[in-house]
Design a protein around this ligand. Structure first.
Ligand code: IMP
Ligand code: MG
Length: 171
């Protein structure tokens, strides 16, 4: 699969700047709160790696692997491919995702984590496609709003390819 041949939709430099800003906001918010940050994988891995290096308060880190898309189509269901390693109960849980598109994936993940009884659940997504939303779910922190286009890179894939592109591009 070839990398995008148009110019980046969001450059590496803009992503770096935005993750630094988000890191500061999140650090201020979670000061003196027991914080567990969980990256939804694989898509949020690169975002999480950059963002948590900008979080300056004590925190634990975990991952949860889910699958929700096949190619460029939402499969309409999500599959859990792993279980949390760290127990979220008694902690403030911050979920990191790559993109909120219809919002169905993050809604189901929030529902899943409620049974662990964390002190709170909040979400931070790098990208947001507001025009595609079904339901009312909204991220508490957002990197960028983008138009309704299929994007790849910086962790986001097309058929598992192109996650390694260091910027966000369109196909
Ligand atoms: P949602 O359930 O429709 O919100 O979809 C969320 C998931 O679908 C994300 O975590 C991504 O893995 C995937 N996804 C949605 N839009 C895109 C895209 O434009 N490119 C790559 N993956 C996407
Ligand atoms: Mg994903």
């Amino acid at each position: 699969m070839n990398p995008p041949n148009s110019k980046p939709l969001i450059s590496r430099r803009r992503i770096q700047k935005r993750t630094a800003e988000l890191g500061i906001e999140i650090s201020v918010y979670y000061q003196d709160k027991p914080l567990l940050v969980t990256a939804i994988c694989n898509g949020a891995l690169l975002f999480a790696a950059d963002l948590i290096r900008n979080i300056t308060v004590p925190m634990q880190f975990d991952t949860l692997a889910v699958e929700s898309y096949i190619g460029e189509q939402s499969s309409g269901e999500i599959r859990f491919r792993s279980q949390p390693k760290l127990d979220p109960s008694g902690k403030h849980l911050l979920l990191l995702d790559d993109i909120i598109d219809t919002g169905l994936t993050i809604s189901k993940i929030i529902e899943y984590y409620q049974k662990f009884k964390p002190l709170s659940i909040k979400t931070c997504a790098l990208l947001n496609k507001p025009s595609r939303r079904q339901g009312t779910v909204q991220a508490d922190w957002l990197g960028f709003d983008i138009p309704d286009k299929f994007v790849v890179g910086y962790g986001l894939d097309c058929n598992e390819y192109l996650r390694n592109i260091p910027y966000i591009g369109t196909l």
